[in-house]
Design a protein around this ligand. Sequence first.
Ligand code: PLP
Length: 331
Amino acid sequence: MAVFGKAFMPEMTLAKFDESGWSRPEIVSSDSISLHPGAHVLHYSSTCFEGLKAFRHEDGSINFFRMDRNIERMIQSSQLLSLPEVNAEVLQQMIVDIVARFAAEVPAPPGSMYIRPTHIGTEAAIGKAAAPTLESMLYVLLSPVGNYFSGGDTTLRLLLEENASRCAAHMGMVKSGGNYASALQPILKARASVQADQVLFCPGGDVQETGAANFLLIDGNEIITKALDSTFLHGVTRDSILTLARDMGMQVSERELSIEELLERAAKPGTEAALSGTAAVLAPVGTLIYNGKEHRVGDGHTGKTTVKLRQALNDIQWGKAEDRHGWLTSL
Ligand SMILES: *Cc1c(COP(=O)(O)O)cnc(C)c1O
């Protein structure tokens, strides 16, 4: 389990869609798929994916975290990309079946089994730049993952970028391949020029999200993060952290946050910032880089509230705290 996402279970569940509808899902080898070189996905990016986790509890049970949310988002992504309609029950069964097959391989906390449902347009039709694929393939890959945090107090450096967008505004809430390729050049440039870990996209000065995680600012008892709209990805972790913060009596402000306000608040001692996503839950941000200047967030170290919120979510995922919101479903 060296690098996140490089180890795969040897089999996956797979279903295909064509003019006769969806095939019965099958368990097949995960080492390759066969595609026509003219497949729609390879030319016109008809592709979306999901990322969720299954956790092993001390009693030996295997538990999925908020699987219904990821399935809903996969259905929505497929719709917004004009891919064939995905059925929630079928996708859920595909996830359950493949995790059941590899239940013995689900790592114990802080590890987990990362689940990657993927939906791609497979029709061989290079004339369809402006038409939907009539054929597709849906599969569920598994990748066991270890502890995201290697220990120590490492915080992220983010470059605030107001002149580039992560992706087209109407594609923000779609978990689709092209969006990540689209964000890559700004990220590579930020790494090379200011040794940033990630770019925090702030189109027109409005603080949005990074290439693959949502952004949260924690100022005392208040959490500030952008209100949901179609320009960015609606993270399940974001929603879960905000729910736990409300449970703890924190004030949750879902609203626009300008670069100006962000830097002003970040300069205060005690302010924290974090990135949220399934892989890391919450990753602390220590430095914001803007117009060639570095701004520490609070004291630049991992914040207390960040750790507390991450622990609260991990405790539920790991079966160490009561699942008051019904987020877990057992295998
Ligand atoms: C997946 C993703 C997130 C985080 O979503 P989670 O459901 O919390 O994992 C945030 N932003 C982008 C762009 C993403 O792709």
